[in-house]
Design a protein around this ligand. Structure first.
Ligand code: 5GP
Ligand code: MN
Length: 353
């Protein structure tokens, strides 16, 4: 199927602020992104950070929480302000900002307590994002769901702003990392020819593709692999009549394996690798809340499922949710509501391999 041209569906209301972005120095800008940032969230934030610095702006990236250690190589990592660790500075920066860029999320609940600080600030709020159903807190947006990643949108945003010649290898590497992560290394169906063209341009600018793959994928703790073995051997459940895979983990299990932020990244995909499985769920007791990740193959809508039952959302094939109930209650609910989706699950993927 031919991809619809991006111009038809990109919602871009940033035209009015472009002269302001391009003129003069000294504008104070904060860039923020969703809690527990992944490579797309952090890569988009840091690439935009370096671009805006080149335009002479005073820029800071403020994250709501920490993020996985395999992202610490990104240029600019040392200048990121973590709201959880440094609330006072983070609040001061947001209060003083002329512009707050909100990247890779579209609802302030995704940035925890930082959401109220952003909401109450007088800064112009610009959202650059690729998730469905923006809540509407933004003043300007550069938004579409027809893109691989927020990093792809950052590239498009810089080009639209006339900044192509300012993209250096640091900016390019951050963008490339986010694209790799959100496309599963160019395999998910959000990957378009436009995504590949951008990747090619980034490589021409000096991005070391193999190195970035290694930094993202071969850069984890031993404890992650020990937990992975345990999950695959002992915890992966299959519900064959519903073409579903399920893993859930409690606090004791996380502590036993000394699990750190990012160590369970990607575990939700294990189930989808099994022949015949179209839906996979990972449910983890993170102590402050129970967090869920959902993935599907084909037409089964993870985002609708998550929004209806687990206070969540996301994309068709990748979504998440959260609950204040116990792990046991969440797992029970999952198993209770799932059979309602039997027809959708059985018909999700008609291209069985
Ligand atoms: P992950 O499973 O990797 O945490 O998230 C997958 C996708 O689901 C992401 O695109 C993310 O935006 C979305 N998502 C994850 N958790 C939540 C949540 O609690 N609420 C909403 N609305 N979306 C979520
Ligand atoms: Mn993203």
């Amino acid at each position: 199927m031919l991809k619809i041209s991006k111009e038809n569906i990109l919602e871009d209301t940033t035209e009015g602020i472009k002269p302001f972005l391009n003129s003069g120095s000294g504008t104070k800008i904060v860039i923020t992104t969703h809690h527990k940032p992944d490579a797309d969230a952090l890569g988009s934030s840091l690439s935009l950070y370096y671009y805006l610095k080149k335009l002479g702006k005073e820029v800071t990236v403020v994250t709501p929480t920490d993020y996985p250690i395999n992202l610490h190589w990104m240029p600019g990592n040392d200048f990121v302000v973590n709201f959880e660790e440094n609330q006072e500075d983070a609040i001061k920066l947001v209060k003083a900002a002329d512009i707050v860029f909100c990247l890779d999320f579209n609802d302030l609940s995704r940035i925890n307590e930082l959401g109220d600080v952003v909401k109450n600030s007088s800064a112009v709020k610009i959202m650059i994002d690729h998730h469905r159903n923006p809540s509407g807190f933004d003043d300007h947006r550069f938004w579409t769901i027809d893109t691989s990643s927020t990093c792809e949108l950052i590239y498009d945003f810089i080009i639209a702003n006339g900044g192509e010649e300012l993209i250096d290898v640091d900016i390019a590497s951050c963008i490339y990392a986010g694209i790799i992560a959100d496309t599963g290394s160019f395999r998910f169906n959000s990957t378009s020819s436009h995504t590949h063209r951008i990747a090619a341009k980034l490589i021409d600018l000096g991005v070391d593709s193999a190195k970035i793959h290694a930094l993202l994928h071969d850069n984890f703790s031993l404890s992650r692999y020990r937990l992975m073995g345990y999950v695959l051997y002992k915890k992966l459940q299959i519900i064959p009549e519903l073409k579903t895979a399920l893993v859930y983990l409690n606090q004791d299990e996380l502590m036993k394996f000394n699990i750190q932020t990012g160590d369970t990244e990607g575990f939700v995909n294990f189930g989808l690798g099994i022949k015949g499985i179209v839906f996979s769920a990972l449910i983890i007791d993170r102590s402050v809340m129970v967090k869920m990740s959902f993935r599907s193959q084909g037409s089964f809508p993870c985002n609708e499922f998550s929004a209806k039952h687990f206070n969540g959302g996301g994309h068709l094939n990748a979504a998440g949710g959260a609950s204040n109930e116990t792990l046991g209650a969440v797992v029970k609910k999952f198993k209770t509501v799932l059979p309602e989706y039997k027809n959708q699950l059985l018909n999700s993927y008609d291209n069985e391999v």
